[in-house]
Ligand binder design. Structure first.
Ligand SMILES: [Zn+2]
Length: 253
């Protein structure tokens, strides 16, 4: 069956002498592998459309029984140029693609994930400040769509709604329950704790419209805490899959 679908290239590897195997997150079919014959040739009709993070319209020759599909055409829908020219953005964009590559199953269509992926890459491409916020924003929403929504509404111990009163200095995050304990309940706990600023930044990003994501300035020590918290939580649910090469590079910058 010859079919057209929008897609984001998650990964591309050389295959034989002149071809590439690409992993795409497609709008119609979710994650799939496809071979692009002749894509390594300088005269290739695919041009630069098969780099990771490319947002393309793909023409696939698709067979249900085949594990690797055949990509017959790919055209860039919108080039995300600054994801390639700005190193910081590139690492963040690659981290987002790596997450989808590792955590999503093959052939499971999910329009919310597809839209989240495209919109986040697009806004990251346009961003002029606080770019790392997009990675946190993406992870929070990816977790939500995957059934691991973090509870930012109320304390998972006493059930009180979070307020200035019960958020004073520290909170405890319980990764097995996907939620936080308020400062009152946390005071008697020896578990690893996080600052209230970490909680508030994440809670803000969860509610934020994507257009506003870069309006929040997060201090670097808080970014470190957010990174640790989200990685701890994702490891709990996805195991070793979340050891992200790109994110590690980012943190060594
Ligand atoms: Zn409490």
């Amino acid at each position: 069956m010859l079919t057209k679908t929008e897609a984001v290239v998650l990964k591309a590897v050389k295959y034989r002498e002149t071809s590439k195997i690409v992993t795409l997150y497609t709008k119609k079919f979710g994650k799939i592998n496809a071979v692009a014959k002749g894509a390594m040739l300088t005269t290739s009709k695919f041009g630069a459309s098969l780099e990771p993070m490319s947002y393309i319209l793909a023409v696939l020759y698709k067979k249900e029984t085949r594990e690797v599909q055949f990509l017959s055409q790919a055209d860039l829908i919108k080039p995300f140029l600054s994801l390639y020219s700005d190193y910081n953005k590139m690492i963040l964009g690659l981290s987002i693609c790596e997450l989808v590559y590792k955590l999503m199953k093959f052939e499971e269509e999910n329009l919310r994930i597809f839209n989240l992926l495209v919109n986040t890459l697009e806004k990251l491409n346009e961003a002029e400040k606080n770019e790392v916020n997009f990675l946190w924003f993406f992870i929070i929403h990816l977790l939500d769509v995957s059934g691991f929504k973090i509870n930012f509404t109320s304390c998972i111990s006493c059930g009180e709604k979070f307020s200035d009163e019960n958020l004073s200095k520290k909170v405890v995050f319980l990764s097995d329950r996907g939620g936080f304990m308020c400062s009152k309940c946390s005071s008697s706990m020896k578990a690893s704790d996080y600052s209230v600023a970490t909680f508030k930044s994440l809670a803000w990003l969860e509610k934020a419209k994507i257009e506003n994501v870069t309006n929040l300035k997060i201090q670097s020590n808080i970014n470190n805490e957010i990174h640790n918290l989200l990685m701890e939580y994702m490891s709990k649910h996805f195991g070793e899959l979340v050891n992200l090469k790109s994110v590690e590079v980012y943190y060594k910058l």
